[in-house]
Design a protein around this ligand. Structure first.
Ligand code: 9WN
Length: 439
């Protein structure tokens, strides 16, 4: 076992090395040939296990795409031509005075970066690096509260499913169904060239993704117009929990640097006060996302319900219900009857659950890692260890794939996947606890 694992450690490193493009890492060689936001944060954590300097370069490369007002975009293209759709030109970011000189997309992604920087700094302290990145992280977090707090609650909203990182999650189905894609610019999907269409979002969803980008181009990425005009306007439980956790980590970094923390405290207070009120459904015993356009909760259960544990945003009672009534429930997320591996990305009870399609059912290492950390933080050590064990078993036995069948373990999506390699190293060699909130 130890030997096999050693070989797999070397394989993980080899994948991360092969996916390096100089200053940054692509998520996978063919399917995703640029740098993605939350992938970069996870990859930096994995790479730091053998090359902290390269991990720091990963962070800096992502920040090179930061927009003038602070947004860190979901893709930084790094001047590389590719067959990925959408290519850089498709975003027409030159319509915005806020866009940077570098080539990027015009939307953002889950803000794991401050947490990754805190991990890095704690394990391999580097005061110069921290002083260099801290103001940029702060600017991004400020941007969220200045430009994405649509209702003054302190919670931030998303304008595109790609921002959630869980693109075709059933959480977004009803909102997307209301959209009527019109005047679509011509486009050709590239994602189904390397991966089976049965494992990817549907064509109807892609038309809506493109429709939204087209609207944002026309609005010149003007933040006020985006909030007023985007028909997709949601408060995402998972995203807000990740941001809250990132604020906690940013505050710890500010303390290390002896910088003021009042502003960050203010965000934490506002988000903490609104989170449960807005998202918790007492009857269902879980957190629901919120559709701001329709003015109602989105009554769909996906693995996003467990992510608030990562940020300590669930009370003890709420945590107990999440774990007891959902994670262990035989028809929902529980292992045993139908599901063999924790954690399917969508409750098996949802009519749209699909074992092999993207964010509709397969197990994703990144989500398992966040859930595992959350369970550990909430004191569910046994469950945390089992989620960790399942993730390592899936990657170790099926390969470094993007996602996995929750029953058979069949590898799905793109192969030689960077964050699966990074998380292999982290889950094997990193401690399961997050650095404590006030270290
Ligand atoms: C769109 C890179 C990214 C991940 C996302 C995942 C997928 C892109 C796509 O790949 O999204 O951003 O083309 O499908 O959904 O979480 O960051 O790995």
């Amino acid at each position: 076992m130890a030997e096999l694992s050693d070989a797999l450690d070397r394989r993980a490193r080899a994948i991360l090395e092969a996916n390096s493009r100089g200053g940054f890492t692509v998520p996978s060689p063919h399917q995703y040939p640029h740098q993605w936001n939350w992938d970069a944060a996870v990859n930096a954590i994995g790479i730091a296990h053998y090359d902290p300097q390269r991990a720091r370069r990963e962070v800096l490369a992502l920040l090179s795409g930061q927009w003038r007002e602070g947004m860190v975009p979901h893709i930084v293209y790094h001047g590389r031509a590719s067959s990925y759709f959408p290519p850089y030109e498709f975003w027409q970011t030159e319509r915005s005075t806020r866009a940077p000189n570098s080539q990027t997309s015009g939307i953002t992604q889950p803000p794991l970066l401050a947490s990754a920087v805190r991990w890095l700094h704690r394990r391999h302290p580097d005061a110069d690096f921290l002083a260099c990145v801290y103001p940029r992280l702060l600017a991004w977090h400020q941007w969220f509260h200045q430009q994405r707090d649509a209702d003054g609650s302190g919670l931030v909203c998303l304008i595109h499913p790609w921002e959630s990182g869980t693109d075709d999650s059933p959480r977004w189905l009803e909102v997307l169904a209301r959209l009527e894609p019109q005047d679509l610019p011509p486009y050709e999907r590239a994602d189904t060239r390397h991966v089976s269409p049965a494992h990817r979002p549907t064509q109807a969803e892609y038309d809506r993704y493109v429709h939204l980008v087209n609207l944002f181009r026309r609005a010149g990425y003007e933040p006020r117009r985006l909030l007023e005009e985007s028909p997709f306007l949601v408060q995402d439980v998972q995203f807000n929990a990740i941001l809250y956790r990132a604020h906690e980590d940013l505050r710890a970094l500010a303390e290390d640097l002896d910088r003021p923390t009042e502003e960050i405290e203010g965000w934490l207070e506002a988000m903490g006060a609104s989170f449960g009120q807005r998202f918790w459904d007492e009857e269902a015993g879980l957190f629901h996302d919120y559709d701001l356009r329709a003015g109602r909760a989105i009554p769909v259960s996906t693995a996003a319900i467990f992510v608030p544990l990562l940020a300590g945003l669930a009370s003890q009672e709420q945590a107990e219900r999440l774990v007891g009534e959902h994670l262990h429930h035989p028809n929902r997320y529980g292992r045993g009857q139908g599901l063999r591996y924790w954690v399917t990305t969508c409750s098996a009870e949802e009519p749209v659950w699909e074992a092999t399609r993207y964010w509709r059912g397969p197990v994703w290492p990144v989500l398992n890692w966040l859930i595992c950390l959350g369970l550990a933080r909430a004191g569910y050590d046994r469950e945390a260890a089992e989620v960790r064990g399942d993730t390592l078993e899936l990657i170790g036995e099926s390969g470094f794939y993007e996602y996995f069948h929750p029953t058979s373990g069949q590898p799905l999506g793109a192969d030689r996947f960077s964050w699966s390699a990074a998380l292999w190293l982290e889950l094997r060699h990193g401690e399961l606890e997050l650095p404590s909130v006030r270290a």
